[in-house]
Design a protein around this ligand. Structure first.
Ligand code: COA
Length: 163
């Protein structure tokens, strides 16, 4: 079974990695899809996000990374992926995911959504929490892969911060 895990990943966090590692055990092939939403203000460019995620998933041979615009179900069709993976951290996520997956179901009912419940210790992490932490002078080492933490510090504090 080929599955697709879409998101913005600005940046990818350990919460996303939890979902990716577990989904990679369920699916034969997993495609992490950076979905470009022109209305969403992002810190990292698409190319930067591709590079960061590719590095983070290098140890997972059945995981690849793509970037795409438009509808997620259209991307799934192009990729021949029959399953959409999403993570659920809290009830708030469930309500949003229910709406999204119902819309996706109406667009293409051959693509099934599968939800993985976040590992409890990671359920509070979001990309914004991580960015705000670093902006405020904190260290996100416990929340993002090491290479991404380095990129975050460079991006937010510049190369001359001495961090
Ligand atoms: N661990 C850590 N963070 C998580 C998480 C997890 N398991 N699950 C969600 N998040 C966080 C993200 O970090 C992000 O945080 P932020 O708001 O602070 O940046 C937030 O939850 C939402 O992120 P994401 O999962 O990337 O969802 P999204 O809302 O940005 O995008 C798409 C979701 C891309 C799947 C959806 O918008 C989409 O399909 N877009 C294409 C158009 C389409 O097909 N729409 C559906 C039919 S109308």
């Amino acid at each position: 079974m080929k599955a697709c895990y879409p998101g913005t990943f600005d940046p990818l966090t350990n919460g996303h990695m939890d979902i990716i590692e577990r989904a990679a055990k369920i699916a034969d092939e997993l495609v992490v899809a950076i979905m470009v939403n022109p209305d969403k203000k992002v810190l990292f460019s698409v190319d930067e996000r591709i590079e960061m995620i590719e590095e983070a998933v290098r140890h997972l041979p059945n995981v690849s990374v793509v970037a795409s615009e438009g509808l997620t179900v259209d991307l799934c069709r192009r990729l021949h992926a029959s399953v959409l993976i999403r993570g659920i951290r809290a009830v708030m996520d469930y309500e949003y995911e229910l709406q999204q997956s119902t819309a996706n179901m109406m667009l293409d009912d051959t693509i099934e959504s599968i939800f993985l419940v976040a590992t409890p210790e990671l359920s509070f992490i979001s990309s914004s929490v991580v960015k705000n932490l670093v902006v405020s002078g904190g260290d996100a080492e416990k929340f993002v892969p090491q290479a991404i933490n380095r990129k975050l510090k460079e991006k937010i504090h510049g190369n001359h911060s001495g961090i």
